[in-house]
Design a protein around this ligand. Structure first.
Ligand code: NAD
Ligand code: MG
Length: 393
């Protein structure tokens, strides 16, 4: 029996995780659920899953949830804030933490889970992109287990031999290339002269995946693939040259590994996050995820092409940042979070997401953060610079 904390329980990843978990009551005890300020969503989840603890982002939301739960006689404890998140990631009873918070807000809880030797199911790619080797060292030093939920990284993990799954060297295992696939998002063929008119509604309408707003916009700009390139480089200790991005609009192949003998192993499935979530929940055992198997006789042709960096300049920026180092990736992650949230608020145009990211990288990208405090300070500094720049765009 695993005892699990689900960070970001009210989000797309959190709800998919709970959907898998409820199919296996003999395997999982839900210890804690965390939401941001979504009181109604958390109330319903607490009623259904009866966790020991619910964590809200602030005292006001926590108080509202507590009052609602008391009115129906529920005994769920409600706590608040970052301290609350850290508490449910470090509690000795917890074996497993689903890192399903979006953005930098997920770093401290995920890092705490690593420091307390938990099994971490990592969806929150931003946490890894912003902290890189520091995060991986916390995992290694504390014998924590880190399993990738991001569908591409989960696919790569599944297509790797056990030696690499255990942290071994790619070359020694005969791995030539990681082929990181991406659909290209909703604007793969949109005329470039229409990009400045893209609205948040158009950007979040992903052709294949249903996801939270931030990652949907990142998929539309292909920053998501850029963040994933950085994530793959870190997770598999790969060089820049060992990873190729391949566009595969159908999202049936979730990524591939190419070996020195010419073999290419691909992981395939429906575009449904319950597959990688189920895989990480019980790896190396397999459980039912609720997803129907593929019917190959009903699939349209598979197609592939290279990404066009002039169409998706954010991907180019991320690739460059991955070469420069940790400072650049921390800055890019923070500036992109600010840019995307302001695009969603209609403060800036779709085109200006890359402008803002470029300007922040120019100003701060050569920083060299070493400690956690350095990283948090650079993240904060970038957000302030980005907010200042937005007023001038
Ligand atoms: P989402 O917006 O649907 O959900 C985010 C969750 O985080 C919510 O529960 C929200 O309450 C919580 N949250 C947001 N800000 C918070 C804060 N400041 N403090 C505490 N909690 C906060 O997002 P999502 O699509 O579920 O994505 C979650 C993470 O998983 C992201 O890092 C994303 O890149 C990654 N991911 C998602 C998918 C997907 O299919 N949705 C696929 C791969 C990776
Ligand atoms: Mg992905």
């Amino acid at each position: 029996m695993q005892t699990i904390t689900i960070l970001g329980a009210t989000g797309s990843i959190g709800l998919s995780t709970l959907d898998v978990i409820k199919r296996h009551p003999d395997k999982f005890h839900v210890y804690a659920l965390t939401g941001n300020t979504n009181v109604l969503g958390m109330f319903e989840l607490c009623q259904q899953f009866k966790p020991n603890i619910a964590v809200m982002a602030d005292e006001v939301s926590a108080q509202k949830l507590h009052t609602q739960l008391q009115s129906v006689g529920s005994e769920v404890d409600v706590i608040a804030g970052t301290d609350g998140l850290l508490q449910v990631c470090s509690a000795p009873i917890v074996t497993t933490v689903m890192a399903g918070i979006v953005g930098a807000a997920g770093l401290l809880p995920s890092l705490t889970a690593a420091k307390h030797s938990k099994r971490i199911l990592l969806a929150n790619k931003e946490a890894l992109v912003m902290s890189g080797d520091l995060f991986l060292s916390a995992v290694a030093d504390n014998n924590a287990i880190l399993l990738p939920v991001d569908s591409e990284h989960n696919a790569i993990f599944q297509a790797m031999p056990p030696s690499v799954q255990a942290g071994g060297n790619l070359k020694a295992a005969g791995v030539e290339k990681i082929l990181l696939t991406g659909s290209g998002g909703p604007f793969l063929t949109k005329p470039l002269n229409e990009f400045s008119q893209i609205t948040p509604e158009m950007a979040v309408a992903h052709p294949n995946w249903s996801m939270g707003a931030k990652i949907s916009v990142d998929s539309a700009t292909m920053m998501n693939k850029g963040l994933e390139f950085i994530e793959a480089k870190l997770l598999f200790n790969a060089s820049f040259e060992q990873i190729d991005v391949v566009i595969h609009p159908q999202s049936i192949i979730h990524s591939m590994v190419s070996y020195s003998d010419g073999s290419v192993l691909a992981q395939m499935g429906q575009p449904d996050m319950r597959i990688p979530i189920a895989h990480t929940l019980t790896f190396p055992e397999r459980i039912k995820s609720g997803v129907k198997p593929l019917d190959f006789t009903q699939l349209a042709d598979f197609s592939f092409c290279s990404p066009d960096l002039s169409r998706f300049p954010n991907l180019g920026l991320a690739l460059e940042a991955s070469k420069v180092g940790q400072g650049a990736t921390t800055v890019l992650n923070a500036s992109n979070e600010i840019a995307v949230s302001h695009f969603l608020e209609r403060d800036i145009s779709f085109d200006n997401i890359v402008t803002l990211n470029e300007l922040c990288l120019e100003q701060l990208g050569s920083s060299r953060p070493i400690t956690l405090d350095d990283i948090l300070e650079l993240d904060q500094q970038t957000r302030e610079v980005a907010l200042g720049l937005i007023t001038q765009l």
